[in-house]
Design a protein around this ligand. Structure first.
Ligand code: GTP
Ligand code: MG
Length: 373
């Protein structure tokens, strides 16, 4: 396993997630440095911390240095020139995980597109700097090469986009086919590791990989299930995560598009999360669903992992997430197979009442994601 020094900008909860991301990307964290949230323009960290980091990197010789934040291309460059190590920011780290995990041809294309966009942002910065004549040979290449490089990325993006569009059309045909057959559709959505695949497996009898690692699922799987006497199609989807730039959601849009055309979106929430994490992840999910174009009244909420918390705690969390007045929620434990019947009943109820006269879907509280995702 490769080693990493991890720089985090947040409190306890975020460190665990950052460690999880490193682990999923195959890096063993040998040292962690926490710095307050304030952004420092040149390096993304203060001079004092940079010195400390230099010293530790000398001693521990990690393969990479991970910043659990999104760095500007210039910050990345400045850091790499001082530390003589590969610098991975949160985006690059997530891209590595996606690259290792993507197995279907469509998810591979999506990852490719996200990678190219990541490079594109950097290429633009290179072009800008070389035009200003500020940093000739920025990142080791001259002005002419910068233009060639930039155009090359543009061309490659074009090709990937065309292929993805074709895959998207195929998907659309499938969707229409299912609609013609009169199937109602359900999609499982939610933060990575909330337990979507575990629920999917329990409901369908499938054996898709479920794991505590982040981003276990990268492509959508759809299966037929019977609830009551009615057949449904249920889809398991890629998980969400906060602090992701819009283009990454955009890159996965064709997968996430399943969510737009589905009758019910089940938002899976890990009810065993700390209050801080629970709120942060919930806000991030609601924001992503909104960005993708899912209306609120198609969302039902499943509080999973109820085996890990008391009933009292569940009730408290329901109140905090403001689901109390919204009857479209149920707490379950996929692992302990608790309340799976209630979950099916709720799905059936919602489908029967679609239009939802019995459900109060008003949500008075605004959830703000501190990271803007
Ligand atoms: N205690 C407990 N653990 C659960 C429950 N459901 C799922 N898990 C665990 O949570 C972890 C994540 O489960 P997954 O089903 O892979 O989660 P996911 O939402 O599909 O995650 P991604 O595919 O990574 O987005 C696994 O280690 C599961 O065993 C539950 O009801 N109780
Ligand atoms: Mg999964």
């Amino acid at each position: 396993m490769n080693s990493a020094i991890l720089i985090t900008y947040d409190k306890e909860d975020a460190i665990n997630e950052a460690m999880g991301l490193c682990d999923a990307a195959g890096y063993q964290v040998v040292h962690t440095i926490t710095q307050n949230f304030l952004k420092k323009p040149k390096y993304g960290i203060s001079g004092g911390i940079l010195e400390k980091l230099e010293e530790i990197a000398q001693k521990l010789r990690p393969d990479v240095i991970v910043f659990d934040e999104i760095l500007k291309p210039s910050q990345n460059y400045n850091l790499a020139s001082v530390l003589h190590r590969e610098i991975l920011d949160r985006e690059a780290l997530i891209l590595e995980i996606f690259e290792n995990r993507a197995s279907s041809s469509e998810s591979k294309l999506q990852v490719k597109q996200a990678q190219l966009r990541y490079e594109m942002v950097r290429a633009k910065e290179k072009v800008r700097l070389s035009r200003l004549g500020e940093q000739p040979g920025f990142m080791g290449i001259g002005k002419f090469e910068v233009d060639v490089y930039y155009n090359d990325i543009k061309n490659r993006m074009h090709t990937v986009k065309a292929k993805l569009e074709k895959a998207g059309k195929q998907r659309e045909l499938h969707r229409q086919g299912r609609k013609r057959q009169g199937f109602k559709t359900i999609s499982l959505a939610g933060y990575t590791s909330a337990g979507k695949t575990t629920i999917f497996n329990k409901l369908t009898g499938e054996t898709r990989k479920q794991s505590k690692e982040l981003f276990t699922t990268l492509s959508t799987t759809t299966r037929r299930i019977i609830i009551g006497k009615e057949p449904f199609l249920i889809a398991d989807t890629v998980g969400f995560i906060s602090k992701l730039p819009a283009y990454m959601i955009e890159a996965f849009k064709s997968t996430l598009e399943e969510l737009i055309y589905t009758d019910i979106v089940i938002l899976v929430i890990d009810v065993s999360d700390s209050l801080l994490n629970l709120k942060k992840k919930f806000a991030s999910c609601m924001r992503t669903l909104n960005d993708v174009g899912v209306e609120r009244d198609r969302i039902m909420f499943v509080l999973n992992k109820s085996d890990l918390v008391s009933n009292y705690e569940i009730q408290e969390k329901v109140k905090i997430l403001n689901l109390k007045e919204n009857k479209k929620w149920v707490s379950i434990s996929a692992i302990a197979e608790k309340n799976l019947k209630e979950l099916k009943n709720l799905i059936k109820d919602i489908i029967e009442n679609q239009g939802f006269p019995n459900y109060n879907t008003e949500t008075t509280m605004e959830f703000k994601d501190p990271y803007g995702n």
